[in-house]
Design a protein. Structure first.
Length: 477
């Protein structure tokens, strides 16, 4: 009975399913809020502990000591690295300076300039400003001028040519212009101790309106070369060339000075002398056989034309060495050299505005004349030159003229395997054709039959000269 009475009491009735669900939901919310509060409290405590630990760490003497040591170590590492970089740069500068000093140790300024240019091309002067300064200097340098660490040593050993031009007459028995007498109206004739030169005067030059009437170069230079033994050649006095090439007042007098800011031909070569050399028509080494004064007098503009550097230091130089050896073999030869200007072709010049325009030849010739047991012999060679336009294009392309080397030969050098050999067969030209190109007359005193025979001989290959007749240099085959 009691069970029935309790079942009717509303306070003792069990909760409905919905009420149980809502109660559990509320309890879950309460537990979540509790957990969040507990978690936040723990996070706050951890953050406080972390801050306290950080403050304690940096206040800890051990930590401070370690930090200071670390900073000092890093400083030492930086200083060591900086010092190493400075030391390496210093060593590089010292090595660079040593290379430059080595490059200019010869007593030949032109060879020194060539060595310096090699260092620049190979990147062996790493300092860009220094490389640019050296290159600018080389571009403005006159041929035969420049620094040399050997200069003071050679000065005591060999005297230098004087500052002023001095010409002595040739020794008795020399007949430099025996085989040529050509001279146009207004041309100047200079008789030097070691050669005879006829310098172009104010003529019309083959009635060609495109050609300048005053070319400011020799028409031809002729000299007699005597043979010598190697012992005699070693005893020749070879003074150092003058600081500046000699100017002749007779040549300056050809110019209307009111048209020029300077009448010195040397200024026209300035800035282009490394490409257009002052090419000797009578080589100094051969003229020095006459005597040291004659050798000095060869550095005069009555003996020079603008000559492309690769020719001057290559085929032309090899032919000069051959000429000396040929004289040693036969006892005596005559060498006649000069420029060739092709009729109807534009004649370019060197020299800036206000300077003397010096004509650039289209080619250069050399005639070798000598006696043998079979009679008088003659050989003639013509070397074509590039145009100034082609040279400037090569310089603009890669600041070098080496791209023209395939057309204009290699330098006359001596390698480990021996002297370079040059073949001039393709450059030979018959005498009568050379006369037509130049307007000159060779062998004026020979009969027609004799002249015809010499023209025929001039077509033959150069005579073989044995090594024993050479003192140095390249060889001709």
């Amino acid at each position: 009975m009691s069970d029935e009475s309790n079942s009717n009491n509303p306070d003792t009735n069990p909760p409905s399913e919905r009420e149980q669900f809502e109660f559990q939901k509320e309890m879950a919310r309460a537990r979540q809020r509790h957990d969040e509060i507990v978690a936040k409290t723990k996070n706050d405590e951890l953050e406080l502990q972390r801050q306290h630990a950080n403050q304690s760490r940096w206040k800890n003497p051990l930590i401070i000591a370690i930090a200071a040591a670390t900073i000092a170590a890093l400083g030492n590492i930086y200083i060591s690295y900086f010092n190493a970089v400075e030391l390496r740069e210093l060593e590089e500068r010292k090595a660079e300076a040593a290379r430059i000093l080595t490059a200019i140790r010869t007593d030949d300024p032109d060879k020194n300039a060539e060595n310096l240019l090699f260092l620049i091309k190979r990147g062996l002067i790493s300092n860009k400003r220094l490389a640019q300064n050296v290159q600018s200097y080389l571009a403005a340098r006159d041929e035969g001028e420049g620094p040399s660490t050997a200069e003071k040593q050679s000065e005591a050993r060999v005297a230098a040519c004087g500052r002023t031009f001095e010409n002595l007459p040739p020794p008795a028995g020399y007949d430099h212009d025996k085989w040529i007498e050509s001279r146009g109206a207004g041309d100047l004739r200079f008789e030097m101790g070691g050669f005879v030169s006829v310098f172009d005067g104010p003529d019309d030059d083959d009635n060609d309106p495109q050609s300048p009437n005053l070319r400011m170069v020799p028409e031809w230079v002729s000299h007699e070369v005597r043979g010598m033994t190697k012992e005699e050649l070693e005893k020749i006095q070879r003074p150092r060339r003058p600081l500046r090439w000699y100017e002749l007042p007779e040549i300056e007098a050809l110019l209307d000075q009111s048209q020029f800011s300077t009448t010195k031909i040397v200024n026209s070569y300035r800035g282009v002398g490394h490409v257009w050399n002052r090419g000797h028509l009578a080589q100094t080494g051969l003229v020095q056989r006459v005597g040291p004064h004659a050798g000095c007098a060869s550095h005069v503009f009555a003996n020079a034309v603008p000559q492309f550097s690769l020719i001057n230091q290559g085929d032309w130089l090899a032919l000069e060495f051959y000429s000396g050896a040929l004289a040693n073999k036969h006892g005596k030869i005559w060498v006649i050299s000069g420029p060739v200007f092709n009729p109807g072709e534009l004649v370019e010049t060197i020299g800036d505005p206000g300077e003397v325009p010096v004509s650039i030849p289209h080619g250069l010739f050399k005639v070798l004349i000598y006696n043998t047991e079979q009679g008088l012999e003659a050989r003639s060679v013509l070397m074509e030159q590039p145009s100034n336009t082609a040279v400037n294009e090569a310089l603009e392309a890669d600041n070098s003229v080496t791209t023209l080397s395939s057309s204009f030969g290699r330098k006359c050098e001596i390698s480990r395997s021996g002297p370079f050999l040059f073949n001039f067969e393709e450059k030979q030209i018959p005498l009568d054709e050379l006369e037509s190109l130049t307007g000159l007359t060779f062998f004026p005193n020979q009969s027609t039959a004799q002249k015809r025979g010499l023209v025929k001989k001039s077509k033959q290959p150069l005579e073989m000269v044995e090594d024993r007749f050479y003192r140095l240099g390249c060889r001709a085959t």
